[in-house]
Every structure is written in structure tokens, then in C-alpha cells.
Design a protein around this ligand. Structure first.
Ligand SMILES: [Zn+2]
Length: 86
């Protein structure tokens, strides 16, 4: 088994990051159980080379590069990340 190496789908760089997200209640500071871990498919990803931003599951694997299957999210369920940049 080779280690998974992820690359930017835009420029092909492996200088990509993923984010761990934790939410807390604004009023009480209580932990809210909606955390995104770095290995989650909807973890926010950023390329340090070209400033691409997206999701971890949009990153390209270095082994057997295949184009992302746009529009076929069957089986993933309702995993839409909240976007505040509307
Ligand atoms: Zn890039």
C-alpha cells in the first residue's frame, strides 16, 4: 500500500492543505457536534501554490490520476458544506 498523495486539481501541486473545523454555539460556547476532520471528504482544502480552494474530495490522487466525476455525487449523501461567501 502506498501512502496517499493528494494534488491540486488546478495546478497539480502537492502543496495542498486540509482543514479541521469545529463549531461552537455562539451564545453558550458549548461544543456543537458538527466537526469536519482533515480526512473528511468535505474538509476545506487549499492549494498553497495557486490559491485554489475546494473540498478534499476534489483533490487529485497521485496514483492513477482520473478526472473528477462532476455531477455524480451519488452515495455521498447530503454532505454540502456551508458556504458563507454568497
Ligand atoms: Zn494549485
Amino acid at each position: 500500500m502506498e501512502d496517499e498523495l493528494l494534488r491540486c486539481p488546478n495546478c497539480g501541486s502537492n502543496e495542498v492543505t486540509v482543514s479541521h473545523l469545529q463549531r461552537f454555539m455562539a451564545n453558550t460556547g458549548e461544543h456543537y457536534c458538527h466537526a469536519v476532520k482533515t480526512q473528511d471528504a468535505d474538509s476545506e482544502s487549499t492549494c498553497l501554490e495557486c490559491q485554489w480552494r475546494g473540498r478534499r474530495d476534489e483533490l487529485v490522487h497521485n496514483v492513477g490520476i482520473e478526472p473528477p466525476k462532476v455531477g455524480s455525487n451519488d452515495g455521498l449523501g447530503p454532505l454540502q458544506p456551508e458556504r458563507d461567501d454568497a
